[in-house]
Write a protein that binds this ligand. Structure first.
Ligand code: PMP
Length: 430
């Protein structure tokens, strides 16, 4: 209580909760406030590692993981320390002078990224990274058309939203950016029909927000071949799948595919300072910007704090062998969730995933409204996927332990059992 009082100036935990919910209701987003309240959302006041603490001091094992942001867990001490140190020197780039950390992160990413992906642009979010990638593709090829996939999620700014494949998010904003075509995810024949004259094909190696959808084996390899054949660029959107999440450093590494452009965000700064980036092959970048250095810029992108965080985060990813841990714990999580599916086939239709990007598809989206709050009650966070309300995502930090995975699985089982008991068998949507 004393700590809360000191940190947030609230009279009591309940007062902090009431104030926050009222502010969301009156000044932020009234319907969201209602939904969050109904889902049992609490007020976050502190977080460390895999755990978020609420206004009462209750601990939650974070299996929503900030939708993939907290690869290193919350507030990893090494990243926090790097940011703290940098804060005393210079925090945001003035842009007139060279920023040494920006150069270092770009160099480091080039070392880690597949093939000759080498030139980096830094922004502050995933959607900005995607905007930059789409613009680069158009400028490099002098073509207009962008091919994307149904159910894709690439962000919600206008260009990214046009690439996003869920009509619900797009319908209010028509006409969006012209000359986009969506093809079914995983369908190489449909891709081939759409590719002639296209500037680029943008694709997630695993669709995260689309409901954790895995393409057929060899899809990315085939996409690479087809893009080469038709002179289109391949953009891998690794905002969610990259940096260890799927049990590979980058998800494209599984098939050894080198995209022309790769977008990153989420885990890139270890969940401490917002950052987004794209990496491009030099031939692609030069074709667009060799003589036009200021065509795509960002005031805040690539500031020193974000770069200090990213450098430390990339070190931690390697030092703590988090890519390997994501693979091992992912296997445990998927196997365990499949056992729940087997026990409750009326409620859970399928479990799928790669590494620690795991989706639990329910037979009816109505179950999620019970399962997620029940899991919260049991001290574990989980979340919907943005394009597919029937899929609960489990996306814990890559530092998660065997015992924590077991705890989350126990909460999932309990939530599913409660949903089955409370709601009975819901008829499947067509
Ligand atoms: N691309 C992908 C693959 C994503 O999963 C997301 C966010 N879930 C975005 C882009 C957009 O990122 P942001 O919310 O940071 O704009």
């Amino acid at each position: 209580m004393k700590q809360l009082d000191e940190l947030y100036g609230a009279a009591s935990p309940q007062a902090l909760y009431d104030e926050t919910v009222a502010n969301y209701r009156d000044f932020v987003n009234p319907p969201l406030a209602r939904v969050m309240k109904l889902s049992g959302s609490v007020v976050e006041v502190r977080a460390a590692g895999t755990t978020i603490y609420d206004h009462h001091g209750k601990a939650y094992l974070d299996f929503a993981g900030g939708y993939g942001v907290f690869t290193l867990g919350h507030s990893h001490p090494k990243v926090v320390e790097a940011v703290r140190r940098q804060l005393e020197l210079i925090s945001l780039s003035g842009k007139v002078f060279f920023n040494p950390l920006l150069g270092r992160v770009a160099k480091r990413l080039a070392e880690l990224a597949p093939g000759d992906l080498r030139i980096s642009f830094f922004a502050n979010s995933g959607t900005e990274a995607v905007e930059g990638a789409l613009k680069l593709a158009k400028a490099a090829t002098h073509r207009h058309k962008i091919v994307s996939t149904t159910n894709a999620y690439h962000g919600k700014t206008l260009g990214s939203l046009t690439a996003t494949g869920r009509e619900y998010f797009r319908k209010e904003y028509q006409p969006l950016v012209p000359d986009f075509e969506h093809v079914p995810y995983g369908d190489a024949e449909a891709l081939e029909r759409a590719l002639p004259e296209a500037a680029a094909f943008i694709v997630e190696p695993v669709q995260g927000e689309g409901g954790v959808n895995l393409p057929p084996q060899g899809y990315l390899t085939r996409a690479r071949e087809l893009c080469d054949r038709y002179g289109a660029l391949l953009i891998a959107d690794e905002v969610q799948t990259g940096l260890g999440r799927c049990g590979f450093r980058f998800a494209v590494d599984e098939e050894g595919v080198v995209p022309d452009i790769m977008t990153l965000a989420k885990g890139l700064s270890g969940g401490v300072i917002p950052v987004g980036a794209y990496l491009a092959r030099p031939a692609c970048w030069n074709a667009a910007y060799a003589k036009q250095p200021l065509m795509h810029t960002s005031t805040f992108g690539g500031g020193e704090l974000a770069c200090a965080a990213a450098l430390a985060a990339l070190d931690v990813l390697e030092e703590e062998h988090l890519v390997e841990n994501a693979r091992e714990r992912g296997r445990q999580l998927i196997d365990g969730a499949r056992a729940v599916a087997t026990a409750y086939p009326d409620v859970v239709r399928e479990v799928r995933g790669k590494g620690l990007l795991v989706g639990v598809e329910l037979t009816h989206e109505g179950y999620a409204g019970t399962i997620i709050p029940e899991m919260l009650h049991a001290g574990v966070t989980a979340a919907w996927t943005l394009n597919m309300q029937r899929v609960i995502r489990l996306e814990p930090p890559l530092v998660v332990t065997e015992e924590e995975v077991e705890r989350a699985l126990a909460a999932l089982r309990k939530g599913v059992a409660q949903a089955r008991e409370k709601l009975g068998v819901l008829s499947c949507p067509t």
